[in-house]
Design a protein around this ligand. Sequence first.
Ligand SMILES: Nc1nc2c(ncn2[C@@H]2O[C@H](COP(=O)(O)OP(=O)(O)OP(=O)(O)O)[C@@H](O)[C@H]2O)c(=O)[nH]1
Length: 299
Amino acid sequence: MISNEIQRFYDPTFTVTEEYKESLPDLQNGPASLIEGANVPIQQVGISNFKLPLKFRRREGEPITLEASVDGYVSLEMDKKGINMSRIMRTFYKFQDKVFHLDRLEDILKAYKEDLDSQESFLRISFNYPMLMDSLRSGMKGYQYYKVQLEGRLDNYNQFQKYMHLDFEYSSACPCSYELSEHARETREVAAIPHSQRSVANVTVALKDEFFVEDLVQICRNALKTETQVMVKREDEQAFAEMNGAYQKFVEDAARLLYDELDSYNSIRDFVVRCVHMESLHSHDAVSRICKGLPNGLR
Ligand SMILES: Nc1nc2c(ncn2[C@@H]2O[C@H](COP(=O)(O)OP(=O)(O)OP(=O)(O)O)[C@@H](O)[C@H]2O)c(=O)[nH]1
């Protein structure tokens, strides 16, 4: 019986029986008449940024456990009010003890489609991946952390697409500014320092074969050469200055260098790259965006 007097009281001993659970309102599984707005399908609905520790596969050695942030979504058909939202997280937790890599996402995406009775599913796992990096000349080492995302999609034909995103930080020394500085020194004996800046390449690759974070890092290093350093003594700083002298680049050069390198890898089906040079010359950024852009690919 419902009393008219509602009490402000939390009972820590209250236990839920099956019968009580059955009596709970279940709005998200209610009739289409409960839908607000247009009764149309929703492409993605789910949870963003739930966190847990996950074991990630490395190219060499034991897997590494890292804090991961997960976005999980499914599609929702018309006539359905909502999804069983907690299943996005509960289904993911069934895989929490597995070692994570891109192909593992396909298993979870299939489980999403089954557990949430959906046509399509989508997953993105974000984490910071540490790699030991050698100093240029001093023989020291330090941890470089890379912002990485593994992404998977399963469409209504069960076709699995997998992607990796990496933010790669590098230094860009302006070739024009270098020539202008040399000109000042040679013609007027005036000291001048060309501008250079910390820059970032946001790289997304669509993959067809096995692929590791280490592979994408290596591709970026091969293309751009001037990755920002971790442990730096004077001999390393001088080496870095020489390296930037050898590998000067406009933002256009950075994009094309990455294109060349990414295009030479068989396991990469398609890619898109956005380079941002946070100019010390300007108060604004210089930006380039380049893609292989296959039909139905990344653009
Ligand atoms: N669909 C949906 N659910 C939401 C939202 N915000 C909060 N929720 C709540 O998420 C809770 C958990 O959802 P469910 O997975 O359906 O929980 P459940 O019905 O006990 O779980 P099942 O045993 O899987 O059926 C529900 O109480 C919802 O009300 C929202 O925006 N959409």
